[in-house]
Design a protein around this ligand. Structure first.
Ligand SMILES: Cc1ncc(COP(=O)(O)O)c(C=O)c1O
Length: 346
């Protein structure tokens, strides 16, 4: 019987992330009890959800005495940036593979990984399946050379980081007069979501979880989360805590045309939170998730007696490479009439 405490973990985060009240948003919307958990503010490499998972991936890498981490993603990938940083802290080499051409835009997007000392390879415009194949080939090649590579990203192990985040938030709730009831997360590949759901189940369901899809249709999102949840539960011998599909609400109206595709709601949410709370979001994950949070809070859809918390999963550094956003909502308020945009505070 394996317990969570027996799974190797390399500590990257030594304190809970900030739980911050969104006071100006509460006033503007006449809705009390709005919080953000700042997983975008961590001491390493500007933070982000992947650092929690990296504690377990690094734990596994060190247990197998790996000497190089391999990771793959788009040129804007937060996972690649944070893996590069964590590898340097753990004294490991890091090889990053991007499915992007070796052009100025990709080199600029992966600039931070290079600052952290990673070797970066640009594989050209290939799809995710080919990228995974190339990642395995790179690992085999390194192993033939006598190296000990570890491929970062195994979802069930990574999910354990967010199991701990659910415990952390529940601990922070003990200091609140009215504990948080609703928790909002981006719905994407499923690692973060499954871990948080499993943590919630182990705690006896203190939270109602809302996933805001930024990538998949509902059936696929649910299936991904369920699969990772069950595998993560098996890792810590917690199979008795079975997955309950009714314990998660999926919000499908904020995805727009799909992953990475801009939406006016997300662009408005970015400007609203920047201009009222001084909070930076990015368009791919947090922009869409905060847009949903804002709409539900503003429409008073959830009882005012049940505080709502959104987990800011980070990714803000990629904002600097997405100048093309704010296509639909003017960045400069004086552009309003010319571009026919709507009022960001509306
Ligand atoms: C900033 C940010 N938020 C959310 C996610 C989604 O996390 P997951 O892949 O665990 O669903 C990612 C994934 O890359 C991310 O970079």
């Amino acid at each position: 019987m394996t317990r969570l405490s027996e799974i190797p973990r390399y500590e990257l985060l030594d304190q809970p992330t900030l739980l911050q009240r969104l006071q100006r948003t509460e006033t503007a919307l006449h809705r009390p009890g709005l919080y953000v958990k700042r997983d975008d503010l961590m001491a390493i490499a500007l933070g982000g959800n992947k650092l929690r998972s990296l504690e377990y991936w690094l734990g596994a890498a060190r247990q197998m005495r790996a000497d190089i981490l391999l990771v793959a993603g788009t040129a804007l990938s937060n996972l690649c940036r944070l893996t590069a940083a964590a590898a340097s802290m753990a004294g490991l080499e890091c090889l990053v593979l991007h499915n992007a051409p070796n052009d100025a835009a990709a080199r600029r997007a992966s600039y931070l990984s290079r600052i952290f000392g990673a070797s970066v390879r640009y594989l050209g415009s290939i799809n995710e399946r080919e990228r995974t194949q190339r990642l395995r080939e790179a690992a085999s090649e390194l192993a033939r050379q006598g190296r000990r590579p570890y491929i970062v990203g195994e979802p069930a192990l990574g999910a354990l980081g967010y199991l701990r985040a659910a415990e952390e938030l529940s601990g922070q709730c003990r200091e609140l007069k009215t504990p948080i009831r609703h928790v909002f997360l981006p719905g994407s590949m499923g690692t973060t979501e499954a871990g948080f759901l499993l943590g919630n189940a182990l705690l006896g369901y203190p939270f109602e979880i809302h996933l805001v899809s930024v990538e998949y249709h509902e059936a696929e999102l649910r299936e991904r989360v369920r699969t990772i949840y069950q595998a993560a539960a098996a890792l810590i011998s917690a199979e008795r805590v079975t997955y309950d599909d009714n314990r998660v609400r999926c919000h499908m109206g904020f995805r727009g045309a799909g992953y990475g595709q801009p939406t006016p709601e997300a662009e408005r949410a970015i400007l609203t939170f920047a201009r009222t709370e001084g909070l930076l979001l990015e368009p791919i994950y947090s922009g869409k998730t905060f847009a949903c949070f804002l709409e539900l809070a503003g429409a008073q859809q959830l009882p005012a007696s049940e505080p709502m918390c959104i987990i800011h999963t980070g990714g803000v550094p990629s904002l600097f490479d997405q100048f093309e956003c704010f296509d639909t909502v003017p960045l400069d308020p004086s552009d309003k009439a010319r571009r026919g945009g709507s009022d960001v505070r509306g």
